[in-house]
Design a protein around this ligand. Structure first.
Ligand SMILES: Nc1ncnc2c1ncn2[C@@H]1O[C@H](COP(=O)(O)OP(=O)(O)OP(=O)(O)O)[C@@H](O)[C@H]1O
Ligand SMILES: [Mg+2]
Length: 496
């Protein structure tokens, strides 16, 4: 029998926002259904209702005709629903096999049967063709393989429904292929798969049906084979956005050398040398773990420099802390909003104004009006979906949290010479991505030197003026935009 999951009139409100309104559609077994929509459209909220983390105000979810009582995450799992979030729900110190079988470890005479645990896990690893050791602690695996462990967990529970919330955001192109193979296996096994992503290419590669949400409402349901990227973007954004890259209004003249990095060596990078000119957008490509973030952190004074030189405007600098770097005009918009970027339990306003508080003081007091103006500026510039400047950051959708970080590091009060953007479009919807690319070009036009780190090859190749490629903590090549192709950059990214 073909399985199906039916959403019937789902509604959910938060203070000041109707996150979902009368959502009804059907997802079928043996198919991958994409949930698509701008930041704040309601995708994660819908998944959280499925996983029992949130309760719907209205409507029901039926599995094969029976209404589910999704009162808690445990109940949802028992009902056959696994939702895989980006924040992993794994125990890092425990082994792969213990994580996969957590909650139902095989027993023998009252003890865990480790031999069977290992054999059963190995069988699953072989089935999926993964190069993982069942006894390795989860913490020793890359993010990509940690995600595989989560999928094995869902598979072991024999979940009928497996949903993914932006699973590829932390992965590089090669790792994504591994994930897609697993998703295809789930599909072939007749599972109902729901897939959320902002990457159009993936939607066409791995999904069969598409549900488009906008401002909490269902706009349209489509067959992937019968639509195209332009039409999808139009449905999502409500307008045509054209060819993003061709439209970019770039800076055409560079100034003097702004940053000169020579033989930089830290715990993670080895002998890195490059220069950045005023008004230049310098891309950094590479696989996850190539050392791009670590180069950025060393320049920003966040990681110790073991040897080598960094010159800013010709002067030797050695920043002991990020504060020193910020005061000298270096801004870093970090890759991981949860760990380094935001104070999640504070308001948008506190987060945006944090690096420029000194400039917002009137006598000894904080100028509240100036603070509000600056925050409203960021909200407008990045189209952050929020009812007020005082909303707590955890209550924003993922993409909107990312926009708050951008707002913080690019606010008009910053006197930035060098702007380092580490994966700035992670989790950002297509419409806003296009705006961010143009902003990068606008910063360059103002004479700022921009370092643009991205794992999305198409993006880093098309936005940057020049692309530096790294592998294993070293630079393996440097290519001009005009000469760069995805193949040539990828080849350099894997070069030893
Ligand atoms: N716990 C919460 N408290 C208040 N508002 C919330 C909460 N969770 C979500 N919201 C709001 O509900 C709306 C939908 O958010 P949701 O996270 O579902 O969006 P999304 O489609 O997943 O977006 P993104 O692509 O950015 O991840 C947003 O306006 C968000 O601010
Ligand atoms: Mg989301």
């Amino acid at each position: 029998m073909e399985q199906y999951l039916e959403f019937c009139g789902i509604g959910k409100a938060f203070p000041g926002v109707q996150a979902l309104k009368d959502i009804s559609f059907r997802a079928s077994g043996g198919k991958v259904l994409a949930l698509l929509g701008e930041n704040g459209a309601g995708k994660s909220t819908l998944l959280k209702i499925m996983s029992g983390d949130l309760r719907a105000d209205e409507g029901t979810i039926d599995l094969n005709g029976a209404t589910l009582a999704l009162s808690s995450p445990d109940v949802a799992i028992k009902a056959g629903i696994s939702v895989i979030y980006q924040e992993r729900q794994l125990l890092p110190a425990m082994s792969v096999m213990e994580n996969v079988f957590l909650g139902s470890l095989p027993q023998r005479a009252g003890f865990v049967d480790y031999a069977r645990l290992k054999a059963d896990t190995q069988a699953m690893i072989d089935k999926f063709g993964l190069p993982i050791d069942p006894e390795a602690p989860v913490a020793s695996l890359s993010v990509a393989y940690q995600q595989m462990v989560e999928i094995m967990k869902a598979y072991r529970r024999d979940s009928t429904v497996v949903a993914f919330d932006e699973p590829t955001a932390p992965l590089t192109d090669t790792e994504i292929e591994i994930l897609f193979n697993l998703i295809r296996q789930l599909k072939d096994a007749g599972k109902i798969v729901i897939y959320v992503s902002h990457r159009m290419k993936e939607i066409f590669e791995v999904t069969d049906e598409i549900v488009v949400l906008k401002d909490g409402q269902l706009i349209t349901t489509l067959n992937t084979a019968e639509t195209n990227e332009q039409d999808l973007i139009k449905a999502m954004v409500g307008r045509d956005i054209g060819d993003t890259y061709a439209r970019l209004d770039r800076n055409k003249e560079y100034g003097d050398v702004l940053l000169e990095v020579k033989d930089l060596t830290t715990y993670a990078v080895n002998g890195v040398s490059f220069t950045l000119r005023k008004g230049e957008v310098l891309g950094f490509a590479g696989l996850v773990g190539a050392g791009r973030t670590e180069v950025a952190r060393a320049i920003f004074g966040a990681d110790a420099v073991l040897s080598g030189e960094i010159r800013l405007d010709g002067e030797l600098v050695s920043f002991k802390t990020p504060r020193d770097a910020i005061d000298a005009g270096v801004a870093l918009c970090p890759e991981d909003r949860k760990l380094q970027g935001l104070v999640l339990w504070r308001s948008i306003s506190d987060n945006v104004c944090m690096p420029v508080l000194k400039k917002l003081k009137k006598l000894l007091f904080l100028d509240r009006e100036a603070e509000r103006e600056l925050t409203l500026g960021a909200i407008r510039q990045y189209d952050i979906k929020t009812p007020t400047t005082e909303k707590i950051v955890t209550e924003l959708s993922g993409g909107n949290q990312q926009k708050v970080i951008l707002g913080r590091w690019t606010s008009e009060k910053m006197t930035t010479k060098i702007l380092i953007l580490d994966e700035p479009t992670k989790g950002i919807d297509v419409g806003t991505k296009a705006e961010i690319y143009q902003m990068v070009c606008d910063f360059a036009k103002q004479g700022i030197g921009v370092i643009f780190i991205s794992s999305e090859l198409t993006e880093v190749i098309n936005v940057s003026d020049r692309i530096i490629v790294m592998h294993n903590g070293k630079i393996t090549g440097s290519v001009e935009r005009a000469d760069a192709t995805e193949e040539s950059v990828l080849a350099l990214a894997m070069l030893d």
